[in-house]
Design a protein around this ligand. Structure first.
Ligand SMILES: Cc1cc2nc3c(=O)[nH]c(=O)nc-3n(C[C@H](O)[C@H](O)[C@H](O)COP(=O)(O)OP(=O)(O)OC[C@H]3O[C@@H](n4cnc5c(N)ncnc54)[C@H](O)[C@@H]3O)c2cc1C
Length: 407
């Protein structure tokens, strides 16, 4: 187990500086264009693939960093560059984590490389859980997976929504109901391989922010996948379902395994929010030092300087919560007070507030697309919504405080 540290080691600093260089030289200059185009920035993803940022190796190296700081550090730097483009770059990693967390070694080895493709032919992957009637309430999911024993195939039917890279992905990871009696305990995840018949893209959403990231519905009509596409395998699923049925029979309320997964993945979203908040803060600080009114820089007014002081303080506090939760996740510490949710809640609310303050500090300029803070503000609004809304984070935290099991 690695001791908790608030300092990056030399190797991590090197990686951070390298990522920062990419974010500053490649991502940030392209941000306004792809935001306007509302399209996946394939050339930027390809550039990231060429230098090794868009790759399984890079992601895995950060994911398994025993200090826990690899992923938050990487997310902060990339999202500092631009949230929409960065989500296009890391969206595949989020789907890959679904396979890393639940897949067998063989599934990991087969599917994750296909999710990324290679630098000459980059691919993206999608994680499809949300549905039109199952957002926060994951247990009400309706997409059904039925096992066809004769053919050793699973048949998937349903409609997924809000899928990042949905429809444009090669590999889709789809969560579906295998036993409707068991609520969220009756769900399983499936790989839908590239080009599988019956999977199609529904509407692509026109969004408020992170517009360079593709978000769409995914429609599944009699999608047949081989038995080997069930993540974790049939034997493990049958055992898990049998345990859940037994517990349901006994009326026992059990800890949802999904909680541990979400707690562990939420700090990464918190780190994205820290990146956006820091970007907006830096623009605002620079502006406040150089913009003069009444014969002096506006930062000489306490009303402006105090806002910047609050912004910086919140960003640092958010980062500390994110780093703590990431360290806990990597080192298998139990999230007894939902520390993962805490980090995501605080960091995402901070990003929303700080980007709004940045607009205020830039005055009229802050409200225009000549300056990046209005885009950052639009982008920041996503953090309090996806990977669990702020209300759901509070619900989870509150339940742990009340001693109620997380469902
Ligand atoms: C840009 C974008 C990308 C996304 N990417 C993905 C993806 O790749 N894969 C994927 O599976 N999903 C993805 N999502 C879906 C996202 O996780 C959901 O939007 C989110 O979980 C909220 O669900 P909902 O939109 O249905 O809102 P609802 O659940 O309908 O919530 C509406 C409002 O009610 C509140 N609310 C609901 N229940 C409670 C409660 N019990 N107590 C208090 N308040 C409550 C919510 O906090 C919210 O304010 C994405 C969403 C967006 C917008």
């Amino acid at each position: 187990m690695a001791e908790f540290t608030m300092e990056l080691n030399d190797e991590q600093k090197e990686v951070r500086d390298w990522l920062h260089g990419f974010a500053a030289d490649v991502i940030r200059p392209a941000a306004a264009e792809w935001d306007e185009r509302e399209e996946t920035p394939w050339p930027v993803i390809q550039e990231a693939a060429k230098v090794g940022i868009y790759s399984l190796d890079f992601y895995a190296q950060q994911y398994f960093d025993p200090t826990g700081l690899g992923i938050p550090m990487a997310m902060e730097e990339l999202f500092w560059g631009d949230a929409g483009i960065a989500l296009s770059i890391v969206g595949t990693g989020l789907a890959a984590v679904g396979v890393l967390a639940n897949g067998t070694e063989e599934q990991i080895g087969t599917w994750i490389p296909q999710m990324y493709g290679d630098a000459n032919d980059v691919k993206v992957a999608a994680f499809c859980s949300s549905e039109p009637d199952a957002g926060s309430d994951v247990a009400s999911m309706r997409t059904r997976a039925v096992y066809d024993e004769a053919k050793d195939e699973w048949v998937l039917n349903g409609t997924k929504t809000w899928a990042t890279n949905g429809g444009i992905a090669g590999v889709h990871v789809v969560v579906a109901v295998v036993d409707p009696e068991l609520g969220s305990k009756g769900h399983a995840s499936f790989i839908v391989p590239p080009g599988t018949a019956g999977l199609s893209q529904g509407q692509k959403f026109k969004k408020h922010g992170i517009r360079a990231s593709h978000t769409a519905e995914v429609v599944l009509e009699d999608v047949r996948v081989p038995g080997s596409c069930l993540l974790g395998g049939k034997e493990k699923l049958d055992e898990r379902l049998a345990r859940a049925r037994e517990r349901a029979k006994q009326g026992e309320r059990v800890k949802n395994a999904a909680m541990a997964t979400f707690e562990a993945s939420r700090p990464a979203v918190g780190a994205m929010a820290v990146g956006t908040a820091r970007a907006a803060y830096e623009v605002a600080l620079d502006y406040a030092r150089t913009r003069e009114q009444f014969g002096r820089p506006i930062i000489d007014n306490q009303g402006v300087a105090f806002q910047l002081a609050d912004m910086r303080t919140s960003i640092d506090a958010a980062r500390l919560l994110v780093w703590r939760a990431s360290w806990m996740a990597v080192n298998g510490k139990p999230f007894t007070a939902a520390e993962g949710s805490m980090s995501k809640l605080f960091a995402s609310e901070t990003a929303k507030k700080v980007t709004s303050q940045a607009i205020q500090i830039l005055g009229g300029n802050g409200y225009t697309r000549e300056y990046p803070v209005e885009r950052m503000h639009r982008d920041a609004a996503i953090y309090t919504i996806f990977e669990g809304t702020s209300e759901i984070q509070r619900l989870v935290i509150a339940r742990t405080l009340a001693g109620v099991p997380i469902r």
